[in-house]
Write a protein that binds this ligand. Structure first.
Ligand code: GAL
Length: 573
């Protein structure tokens, strides 16, 4: 086996590097194993999963479904509900509305013939929402421009029937193409019709005859509903956008009952429109112009009487991480569209390295959606394909889910939920891995060591434990090490393998493991004897060696090129 010894050691100052030695002679082709299913099956006894904290604004409707695995029937109960909150013990849904600000610990219990589980949820009634990264599904990477209401309902059904909802998966989000599309898909009658009603209210297309009913359908399952728009007159797929109707659209979406809005950038920057828009809004170009549409929609959404997660989708332009939260954003894309190719996935990952200072409860960097399972996008280029299984290797999928989890990225599954295979389902239902994403501290991982064949990322958890991801960037199996001295750790730590949910033992000085090619080994270190961070290391991430923070431009996106017949009746006039 071509195994490399790669280990961290101290260099000048706080720099920690990974050293690589040449491969053992005789290794010709890349040699490695592909990992199989690692997640242990959920037991029959009850286990309460998901976030331990949930934010809601005063007086706004609460919708939170208790994520619990185990054999049904199960007796569910809640204690300590604040005035106004309700709990339906049959559906397991926390509802109602609480007008008084504060933090309310609610004790949930779940019981069946096999056992008993208890978990405290902190209900935080205040200004902030999305206290942990949103977890759910989005239609784009599977259904693309062909999405219908039926697909969305099927996704909601499958989120419950597959068991995903019992692990905390919540949002069912419609991406582009719920609106009409007058110019790009002229031949598709299901996309034709008036863009708006005479009073300006946006019209959904014929494939989405009942947007309000659809949100109700999703809510009835204890799940939440999302939709998509763009600040230009048209979206990236050239469907009707929100330009000039921002407040009206926000009101419509709230009235329909939507809980999540993904707001793109397309056509906002088109020269013809830009001139008109800027003079219309009375602002100049540059940062003002870049932040304007998000400020506007952020205010409009915040004014509604329901909580709406606001997701910015402008690919990281103008250093969005530094201002996304200030315009009311709960998450913001930091890169172009992801594809199921290793290079693309890693490209999006690389951009996160320096962004951890900007993430925290209510505000998340978003390296784009999860490309696992049956997808409908090409792994290169643009457009839509016939449904095909993800082309990332199994090892690469472990890296994808491990990294997106510890980055505290919004986790939005992009595949066909009705056709989940066992491997994909196991990838998406490992509660110990998901816990690194949903931890109440909300700390995004930083890249703390990097070498030619490996990267080590690390993040703190609210209980004082630390999570490390040992990512083998090479095709061959590689030994990767957490060197305590160079990373600022002292004493002994209990190392737990999160994918296998197994303790590996207590380690001092260093921990090392062989990681298959392109895979990631995810461990959580719990403090044992004399365990602590070294003097001067306030946060494991302060030791990070790799701060990358530069402005990024969008890469090729579907629908960016306007057709020749690009409508100009709404250009600068
Ligand atoms: C892209 C966006 C995709 C998808 C698409 C819809 O700009 O990055 O995630 O929303 O637009 O047209």
């Amino acid at each position: 086996m071509g195994i490399e010894n790669i280990c961290c050691r101290t260099l000048v100052g706080t720099l920690a590097v990974l050293l690589a030695t040449p491969p053992i002679a005789g290794a010709n082709a890349p040699q490695t194993v592909q990992l199989g299913i690692l997640t242990p099956p959920a037991g029959t006894a009850p286990r309460i999963n998901g976030a331990r904290v949930f934010g809601v604004r005063p007086g706004h409707p609460i919708l939170w479904r208790l994520p619990v695995t185990g054999k049904r029937p199960m007796r569910l109960a809640a204690e300590g509900l604040p005035p106004g909150a309700t709990f339906d013990s049959t559906s397991g849904v926390l509802g109602g509305a609480v007008s008084k600000r504060g933090t309310y610990p609610i004790v949930f219990t779940a019981e069946n013939g096999e056992g008993h589980a208890k978990r405290v949820l902190k209900l935080v009634v205040g200004e902030k929402i999305a206290l942990t990264p949103p977890m759910g599904w989005n239609s784009w990477n599977r259904f693309n421009f062909k999405v219908t209401q039926k697909d969305i309902k099927a996704a909601a059904d499958a989120m419950v029937s597959s068991g995903l909802a019992d692990h905390g998966w919540t949002y069912v989000n419609i991406d582009d193409f719920w609106q009409n599309n007058p110019y790009r898909f002229k031949d598709d009658p299901t996309l034709q019709g008036a863009e708006r009603k005479p009073d300006g209210t946006i019209n959904p297309n014929a494939r989405f005859p009942d947007m309000k009913g659809l949100a109700g359908y999703i809510h009835a399952k204890g799940l939440k509903a999302g939709l998509y728009s763009s600040p230009g007159p048209y979206t990236c797929g050239m469907c009707t956008g929100s330009w000039g109707h921002e407040w009206q659209d926000a009101r419509t979406w709230a009235e329909w009952g939507y809980d999540y809005v993904k707001y793109d950038h397309c056509t906002y920057g088109k020269k013809g429109f830009r001139k008109g828009m800027f003079s219309h809004k009375g602002v100049g170009a540059g940062l003002d112009g870049a932040t304007l549409p998000y400020r506007l929609m952020g205010e409009a959404l915040r004014a509604q009487k329901r909580d709406i997660v606001f997701s910015l989708c402008q690919y990281g332009m103008h250093n969005v991480s530094t201002w996304g939260a200030n315009v009311g954003g709960n998450c913001w894309r930091t890169a172009g569209d992801i594809k199921d190719s290793f290079a693309k996935m890693i490209g999006n990952l690389d951009r996160q390295a320096g962004l951890w200072p900007y993430a925290g409860p209510g505000a998340w960097n978003d390296p784009d959606m999860l490309v696992v399972g049956i997808l409908g996008i090409p792994s290169k280029g643009v457009g839509m394909t016939e449904p095909h299984p993800c082309t990332l290797t199994r090892n690469e999928q472990y890296t994808h889910i491990s990294m997106w989890s510890i980055l505290c990225a919004p986790l939005l599954i992009g595949c066909d939920l009705a056709k989940l295979d066992d491997f994909t389902l196991a990838l998406l239902t490992n509660d110990e891995v998901l816990e690194t994403n949903q931890d109440e501290l909300g700390a995004q991982a930083a890249l703390v060591a990097k070498g030619p064949r490996a990267q080590v990322w690390a993040k703190p958890m609210h209980d004082g434990s630390l999570v490390f991801a040992l990512f083998n960037t090479h095709e061959e199996t590689t030994r990767i090490c957490i060197d305590y001295d160079s990373l600022g750790l002292e004493g002994k730590w209990l190392v737990r393998d999160l994918w296998r949910q197994k303790d590996e033992g207590i380690f001092g000085i260093r921990y090392s493991v062989e990681v298959p090619g392109h895979a990631t080994h995810l461990v959580r270190l719990f403090p044992k004897d004399d365990a602590r961070l070294a003097e001067g290391v306030a946060d494991i991430r302060m030791n990070s060696v790799y701060i990358q923070f530069e402005e990024r431009r969008p890469v090729g996106k579907p629908g960016r090129k306007a057709p020749k017949s690009y409508p100009c009746e709404r250009c600068d006039k």
